[in-house]
Design a protein around this ligand. Structure first.
Ligand code: HEM
Length: 552
C-alpha cells in the first residue's frame, strides 16, 4: 500500500502529531522518506502497530517525565494511565485501595495521570470550600511561589467546579442541583434551601413521625417478639424513601405500607452499579459508550421512561395542592413560572432529593445498627441513655433527641467508620491553578478527598478500625485525633443541603427503635460490614437482627 505522506497517518490509526510529544521536523522528514515505499499488507500492519506503540510510548514518556503532575508520588501504572484507577471503581474497591495508596505514598497520591487524591484535613477547605485564596493553607517554602506568581494574572479565588465526566457521564442525564453549573446551582440551592429551614423542618415533624410510627408497628409485626430476624437494611430504606418521597413528591412510595420496595426505588439501586461503568468509560474510552448504549436492551429504556412518567404524575398531583405544604419542593414550585422551570427539571430535582436523602440516611442507620450490635458495651450505654431520658415514647421528638450526647457520638462514629458517601467526589482545579493542602496544583487537575480512606488512616484517627463513640466526647485517649479530617457532609457551597434533616431522622429513628426493642444480630449477619463493595453506593447485603420488644 503506497503511503505518500504523514497526512495519511491519522486515517490509518496513527496519531503521532496529536501525541503529547510532537515529532521534530527532522524525524518527521525521515519518516516521510521511509514511507515513500510500496508496503506489503504485512508491512502496513506492522507499521500500524509500530505507530500505536509509538503513540502509547510517547504518552507514557509524557505522563512520567513531562506532565505537570510528574513530581507527585503514586504507583507507576497509575501515573501512566487511568486504567487501574477506573478498574478499582468498576470492581467496587476504590476506597479501600485508596487507603493502601495513602499508607504507601503519603497524603497526596497521583492516582491517575491527571488526578490527585488528598488525605490531608486541609484539603477539604481548599477543594470544597468557598474558594480559599491560594496559599490559605500554605506552608513556607512549599511551592507557594508558583501560586503567588500566578495570582496577579489569574483569578485564583475561583471555586473548584465539579468534574462533569463523573457527575454527568452521559448527556441525557437531566440537570439537577447536584450536576448543574455554578449559576444554575446557586439558583436551585437558594430555592430549595427554604424547605430545609428550621421552621419548615419543625412543620414537617408530624409527617416524619407518622412514618416512624408505621416503621415501629411493622417491625413489631415482622419481628414476632424477637423470634424472627428482620432485615434492617430494607426497613431503613423503606422508611427513608417514604419520608423523602413525601417531602419531595408530595406522596410516599408506600414501601412501609406494602412492606416492600417500590419499583422506582429498586431501579435506583439497579443503576448505581451501571453508573460506575459509564463513569469509567466516559473518562477513558468514549467510543465504547456508544457500543454500551447499543447493547442495553430496549426494555431497560422503556422501564426508565415508565419510571419518569410515574414521577411526573406524582409531581403533577403535588402541584394541584393549592395550600402551602412545608415540604422540600415548595420553594421550587413557587419559583416555577419566574424561572421558567419545565416539568422535566422539576422531576429531576425532586428525584435527586429522593436519591440524596434516602439511601444515605438508610445506609448510616444500617451501619450504626451493625456497629452497635457488634459492640455490646456501646449498645448497652446508648439504650440506657435513651430509655433513661424519657418517661414515655411520646416525649421522643425533634428537640428532645437533640440533647442526647451518646446518641450523637454513636452516629458520628458510624459516619466515620461507614460513611454513606465513601468515595472521593472529584473537583477540577480552575484556571491559574490552586494551592491544595500546601501543594501547588496546576489548572485542570482533578482532585478529591476519599472519605473512607481518610477516616481509616492512622495518621488522623487512633484505632481507626474500632468503634469508639468516646472519641467524639472528649476522651483524652483520642486527643490527637484530627477531627477536622471528618466531613461526612462535605463543606462549602455544594455541601449537603439535608444535613440537619439527616441528623434529625437518624436520631429519631434510632431512638425509637432502641426505646422499643432489644437488638441481637443474627449469626448470618455477623460479618455484614466485611467484604462489602462500593459502586458509588455501598452494596449492602441483608442485615438480619432479632428485635425483642422491651418489657416495661
Ligand atoms: C447521612 C446522611 C447524608 C449524608 C452523609 C450526605 C452527604 C452528602 C454529601 C457528601 C453531599 C455532597 C455531594 C457532592 O459534593 O456532590 C451531599 C449533597 C446533597 N445532599 Fe446530602 N447527605 C445525607 C443526607 C441528605 C438528606 C436527608 C437530604 C435531603 C433531601 C440530602 C440532600 C442533599 C442535597 C440536595 C445535596 C446537593 C447539595 C448541592 O449540590 O448544593 N442529603 N450530601
Amino acid at each position: 500500500m503506497p503511503i505518500e505522506n504523514l497526512d495519511l497517518l491519522p486515517s490509518s490509526g496513527l496519531t503521532i502529531t496529536s501525541s503529547p510529544i510532537c515529532l521534530s521536523g527532522g524525524i518527521k522528514m525521515a519518516l516521510v522518506e521511509l514511507l515513500q515505499v510500496q508496503l506489503t499488507p504485512a508491512q502496513a500492519i506492522g507499521l500500524s502497530f509500530l505507530s500505536v506503540a509509538l503513540y502509547i510510548l510517547s504518552n507514557v514518556f509524557y505522563n512520567l517525565f513531562l506532565h505537570p503532575l510528574r513530581h507527585f508520588p503514586g504507583p507507576l501504572l497509575n501515573r501512566v494511565t487511568r486504567i487501574p484507577y477506573s478498574f478499582a471503581h468498576i470492581r467496587g474497591t476504590r476506597p479501600f485501595d485508596m487507603l493502601a495508596l495513602h499508607r504507601r505514598y503519603g497524603p497526596v497520591v497521583r492516582v491517575a495521570p491527571n488526578e490527585l487524591a488528598f488525605a490531608d484535613p486541609r484539603a477539604w477547605k481548599d477543594i470544597m470550600g468557598h474558594r480559599a485564596a491560594a496559599g490559605a493553607s500554605t506552608l513556607p517554602g512549599d511551592g507557594s511561589e508558583h501560586a503567588a506568581a500566578g495570582q496577579g494574572k489569574h483569578e485564583l479565588q475561583k471555586e473548584m467546579g465539579k468534574w462533569m465526566k463523573f457527575y454527568r457521564p452521559v448527556d441525557n442525564i437531566p440537570i439537577d442541583i447536584t450536576n448543574s453549573g455554578r449559576e444554575e446551582h446557586a439558583r436551585l440551592r437558594r430555592a430549595l434551601s427554604h424547605g430545609f429551614s428550621d421552621r419548615c423542618m419543625r412543620e414537617q415533624q408530624p409527617l416524619i413521625k407518622g412514618y416512624i410510627d408505621l416503621l415501629i408497628r411493622r417491625l413489631r409485626e415482622h419481628g414476632r417478639d424477637g423470634t424472627v430476624p428482620v432485615d434492617m437494611v430494607a426497613w431503613y430504606n423503606f422508611t427513608t424513601f417514604d419520608v423523602i418521597g413525601d417531602l419531595a413528591f408530595g406522596e410516599s412510595f408506600g414501601c412501609l405500607e406494602n412492606s416492600r420496595y417500590h419499583p422506582w426505588v429498586k431501579a435506583i439501586f439497579d443503576v448505581a452499579r451501571a453508573g460506575t461503568i459509564f463513569q469509567c468509560l466516559v473518562q477513558h474510552f468514549p467510543p465504547l459508550m456508544k457500543l454500551l448504549f447499543w447493547m442495553i436492551p430496549k426494555r431497560v429504556f422503556k422501564e426508565h421512561a415508565k419510571h419518569n412518567a410515574m414521577a411526573a404524575d406524582k409531581l403533577k398531583r403535588r402541584m394541584q395542592i393549592r395550600e402551602q405544604r412545608p415540604d422540600l419542593v415548595n420553594g421550587l414550585l413557587k419559583r416555577r413560572d419566574e424561572w421558567g422551570l419545565t416539568l422535566e427539571q422539576l422531576v429531576a430535582n425532586s428525584g435527586i432529593l429522593v436519591i440524596c436523602g434516602s439511601e444515605t440516611t438508610a445506609t448510616l442507620l444500617s451501619g450504626v445498627t451493625y456497629l452497635l450490635c457488634t459492640n455490646p458495651d456501646a449498645l448497652r450505654k446508648l439504650a440506657a441513655e435513651i430509655r433513661g431520658a424519657f418517661k414515655s415514647e411520646d416525649e421522643i421528638n425533634f428537640s428532645s433527641v437533640s440533647t442526647l450526647p451518646y446518641l450523637l457520638a454513636c452516629l458520628d462514629e458510624a459516619l466515620r467508620m461507614y460513611p454513606p458517601v465513601p468515595i472521593g467526589l472529584p473537583r477540577v482545579v480552575p484556571e491559574g491553578g490552586a494551592m491544595v493542602a500546601g501543594h501547588y496544583v496546576p489548572e485542570d487537575t482533578v482532585v478529591a478527598v476519599h472519605q473512607w480512606a481518610m477516616y481509616h488512616n492512622e495518621e488522623h484517627f487512633k484505632d481507626p478500625f474500632k468503634f469508639q463513640p468516646e472519641r467524639w466526647l472528649g476522651d483524652p485517649a483520642f486527643a490527637d485525633d484530627h477531627k477536622d479530617a471528618f466531613q461526612p457532609f462535605h463543606l462549602g457551597p455544594r455541601n449537603c443541603l439535608g444535613k440537619n434533616l439527616a441528623y434529625i431522622e437518624m436520631r429519631l429513628i434510632l431512638s425509637r427503635i432502641l426505646w422499643n426493642f432489644d437488638l441481637r444480630i443474627s449469626n448470618d449477619s455477623l460479618n455484614w460490614m466485611d467484604n462489602q463493595r462500593i459502586f458509588n453506593l455501598w452494596e449492602k447485603g441483608k442485615l438480619n437482627v432479632y428485635l425483642t420488644p422491651v418489657s416495661r
